[in-house]
Design a protein around this ligand. Structure first.
Ligand code: ADP
Ligand code: ZN
Ligand code: ZN
Length: 662
């Protein structure tokens, strides 16, 4: 058979491959980049298969095949094909995302030696003696090298999870394997990078994240592809590094939402990593102080193996957590007397405090402060969301809607309002209260570039700030030895948010932010201002008891039919006019109904809460099933039809599989 036809994946928004004629191609060319004519120009694509025949009669000849590099290996092609299929995204676009930008354009970086032994002069630090639980965890994973298993490493902040990863990496390197380690934030990679590099002076460590220069990223990718990299370390996109000798995958802070990409290919790097571990027959370790409920559920069902680190490795005590009941108190600019007194005491002792503002854009629900009534959807146990623009309450789950009531249906109180107002002026009011204190605001605005962010961290570390006012940015992975107090304000909104994942995020943020205090010799204290001090979430937090929180949440999810007990898929549309988006979704829904298998439910199209974004108006449509295979089968058939559906010119749509945001 004469395999003279190339099947090429191109970076275009169409769910198909493109055939070209090529006389000299050999099976070794599968996985290589090739230049091909496209439209009036030229594109670079990846050869994913050779074929003897094509359904197209006249094929254009392919251009140059780039043979200087080893081809992308079959397991890598299988990985991107899986992502294309599972997330219903064109293969060419998946590949374009997975390749570093330079390679995507067919450019090879100049070769440069990777950092290794000779470059580093200081001897590696002596690793600490493992604590018994750490040793058990290491032994459990290492006993299964060479076989697939997902381990969930649940350990409080500072319990020595990183030490467990490093020991496992050491063992896999000793066996000649490569390790892949994923972390949620670019900001955390330099810290970890130096810790890893110092620990393994003889190993080639490669970083991969979007904040790197293009040339460096390409070099790292090629080093991994050629098997020269021993350790690949990076954010979510590093899950696409080719790793011919892969022996171990680690996902740190596996619960972190940043592992899920929110645009283009909406993949979960954690889930893809688990798939990859399975594909390659290697163990994967998912580590967290507050695992995602999905992972915790799998650990409970025996699908994952649970490893626990129950105490901190260095500081003896966990911080004391207390709830401050603000129901009967007149707050001063949103701050309670107890928190003010605690801040005062830290200032007097020259210690640092952090006031944590849970400012995440939770969908506002309507609530009555007098009786605790919350606007709920009677059809699906989700909360109804306030849409101020047209003064309606809407369920983002099923589409039920109604007018905003002007008094509380529970008790008649007319002072009902959306949750979550009044915390914005916090920094200002602190400055007024404590004129002598050095107050530092840390959020996306003040830390808008890595450089500014580093400068802020330095200021904090050098003790040149007394009170930090910050959002979740400050919660992650930093050690502030002089920080002894964390005050939490505005957290209640998440208890009743329309997004069913909000309590899970709140719990994990508060655990993390609490973990910032008292990490060295000084004891830490966490004060949470709340109108619901006896809420089970806060009670679990006070007891540092993630498992009991998780069990309550999982019961609620089971009762309401939410993930992990169901699987969800969203179709979103955006256009200049909301009516266009909704009209598109209505036709899509009608098509879906003709394809819907048993066990898959389809809801009504709804405008998104933030339905206007960058001059586009957005709406979404949810499909759901407790049978993943049924849902995937339906989705494939549906998406095929969506590509044929006529839409207004400016309309764009996309699919979000396992969505995190509603
Ligand atoms: P985690 O990743 O769980 O937050 P780390 O691995 O960063 O925790 O460990 C927290 C601190 O405890 C680090 O300073 C680390 O060096 C130290 N540490 C970890 N394991 C041990 C151990 N077995 N003995 C002494 N110190 C340890
Ligand atoms: Zn509903
Ligand atoms: Zn009421």
């Amino acid at each position: 058979m004469n395999l003279h036809i190339l099947r090429v994946a191109l970076d275009v928004p169409l769910p198909r491959l493109f055939d070209y004629a090529a006389d000299g191609a050999t099976p070794e060319d599968v996985g290589r980049c090739v230049r091909v004519p496209f439209g009036s120009g030229e594109k670079l694509g990846v050869i994913v298969a050779l074929a003897a025949t094509s359904e197209h009669a006249k094929l254009k000849p392919a251009g140059e095949i780039l043979r200087e590099l080893p081809a992308l290996p079959p397991d890598w092609l299988a990985l991107v094909e899986f992502c294309s299929r599972y997330y219903q995204h064109p293969l060419g676009e998946v590949i374009a995302l997975a390749l570093p930008p330079q390679l995507r354009r067919g450019k090879l970086p100049a070769k440069r030696k990777l950092k290794a032994a000779a470059d580093i002069v200081s001897p590696p630090p002596v690793p600490p003696e493992l604590l018994p639980e750490q040793a058990e965890a290491v032994a459990a994973v290492a006993a299964g090298f060479g076989r697939y298993a997902t381990h969930l490493l649940h350990g409080v902040t500072g319990s020595g999870k990183t030490e467990v990863y490093l020991r496992l990496i050491e063992r896999i390197l000793a066996r000649g394997g490569q390790a892949l380690m994923l972390v949620p934030e670019i900001a955390l990679t330099p810290q970890l990078e130096s810790r890893v590099a110092a620990r393994f002076p003889g190993a080639a460590v490669v970083s991969a994240h979007s904040g790197m220069g293009e040339a460096a990223r390409s070099r790292g990718f090629i080093a991994a592809l050629e098997g020269r990299a021993d350790i690949v370390l990076g954010t979510r996109l590093s899950v696409f590094s080719p790793l011919p000798r892969l022996g171990l995958i680690v996902v740190d802070e596996e619960h972190d939402a940043s592992f899920k990409q929110q645009e283009g290919l909406r993949y979960s790097a954690r889930d893809v990593a688990v798939w990859r571990a399975h594909q390659r027959g290697v163990p994967i370790v998912l580590g967290s102080a507050t695992p995602s409920l999905e992972s915790f559920y799998h650990a409970g069902s025996g699908r994952y193996r649970l490893l626990e680190l129950s105490r901190r490795a260095v500081a003896e005590e966990m911080p004391t957590v207390r709830a401050i009941d603000t129901r009967r108190e007149k707050l001063q600019d949103g701050i309670s007397a107890a928190l003010l007194a605690a801040l005062e005491a830290r200032l007097a002792r020259g210690e640092q405090s952090l006031v944590f503002l849970n400012r995440r854009g939770y969908a506002p629900v309507l609530a009555c402060p007098a009786c605790g009534w919350v606007s709920r959807c009677h059809r699906c146990a989700a909360n109804l969301v306030v849409h101020l623009a047209d003064r309606r309450l809407r369920c983002h789950h099923c589409g039920l809607e109604g007018p905003i009531p002007n008094h509380c249906p529970g008790c008649g109180n007319i002072d009902i309002h959306p949750f979550g107002r009044g915390t914005q002026r916090l920094e200002e009011s602190l400055a007024v209260r404590f004129p002598a204190a050095r107050i530092l605001r840390v959020d996306r605005d003040s830390a808008s570039t890595p450089k500014k962010w580093q400068a802020l961290l330095t200021t904090i570390h050098e003790g040149r700030a007394d009170i930090l006012v910050g959002t979740q940015m400050l919660a992650k992975g930093h050690d502030f030895p002089r920080l002894t107090l964390v005050g939490v304000v505005g957290a209640d909104a998440a208890l009743f948010a329309a997004d069913f994942r909000a309590p899970e995020r709140l719990f994990s943020q508060l655990m993390q932010v609490g973990g910032r205090s008292g990490r060295a010799a000084l004891a830490g204290e966490v004060l949470i201002q709340t109108e619901y001090p006896s809420h089970p979430l806060y009670q679990a937090l006070l007891a540092h008891d993630y498992p009991s929180f998780a069990r309550v949440q999982l019961e609620e999810r089971r009762a309401a039919g939410f993930p992990p007990f169901t699987f969800q898929v969203l179709l979103r549309a955006e256009a200049k006019q909301l009516e266009d988006s909704l009209a598109f979704l209505k036709i899509a829904a009608a098509t879906a109904k003709t394809l819907l298998p048993d066990g898959v439910s389809l809801y009504d199209p709804v405008p998104m809460r933030l339905y206007r974004m960058m001059a586009l108006e957005r709406a979404q449509l949810l499909a759901e099933s407790d049978n993943r295979t049924a849902l995937q089968g339906f989705l494939a058939a549906w998406v095929e039809r969506l590509y044929q559906q006529k839409a207004p010119r400016d309309l764009r749509w996309h699919i979000d599989v396992d969505p995190l945001e509603f």
